[in-house]
Design a protein around this ligand. Structure first.
Ligand SMILES: [Fe+2]
Length: 189
């Protein structure tokens, strides 16, 4: 169960209408290494992870939904005042034809989200290594987005999100060490 707080995890400001930047940011909305994939991956994997690390997946999976909300806000604010012509020029013509200005879970290239982006192996170490890789890939994507953006307000929020991916990766690495230590202990029955 969750309690919804009516505020973003970190404020999202936008300097100006910029559908071209929005098209790139959609990668973190419905892309393979995006926030939806992260949230669904962790909140699904947690059931078969040992109790020692289960809560971590709940914490991080929940936070990823807060990040998804931030990305949605960015995309919405960057496109809400755009004309159809501007959307077309930004490469969002196909999106506009199908969705108008509604958001949709696809990647920057327009490929719809698919559950095949994520895994659940049932092996805690395998799943945690996938989670570490997911965080590193999300961090890299945020870096590429920051490199392409010239909007200082958007970059401020993107830098916050990039740092959270670094923290998540560290926490998953700690979880691997906790589990390895636990599995290495002799058990007496
Ligand atoms: Fe993350």
């Amino acid at each position: 169960m969750w309690i919804y707080e009516k505020k973003l995890q970190y404020p999202v400001r936008v300097s100006q209408c910029n559908p071209r930047l929005a098209k790139f940011l959609i990668e973190q909305y419905g892309g393979a290494d995006g926030e939806l994939a992260a949230a669904l991956r962790y909140l699904n994997q947690r059931y078969t992870l040992p109790d020692k690390v289960k809560a971590l997946l709940t914490d991080i999976g929940t936070e990823e939904f807060a990040h998804l909300e931030m990305i949605a806000t960015m995309v919405y604010k960057l496109t809400k005042d755009a004309t159809p012509e501007q959307l077309k020029e930004a490469g969002l013509g196909a999106h506009f034809a199908d969705h108008d200005k509604a958001l949709f879970y696809h990647n920057a290239a327009g490929v719809p989200f698919t559950a095949t982006y994520i895994q659940a192996k049932g092996d805690p170490i395998a799943d945690l290594y996938e989670d570490i890789a997911a965080e590193e890939k999300a961090r890299a994507t945020y870096q590429w987005l920051i490199d392409m953006s010239d909007d200082p307000d958007i970059n401020d929020a993107l830098k916050f999100l990039r740092e959270r991916e670094v923290v998540h990766a560290q926490r998953f690495r700690e979880a691997v060490e906790i589990l390895k230590e636990y599995q290495g202990q002799k058990k007496y029955f």
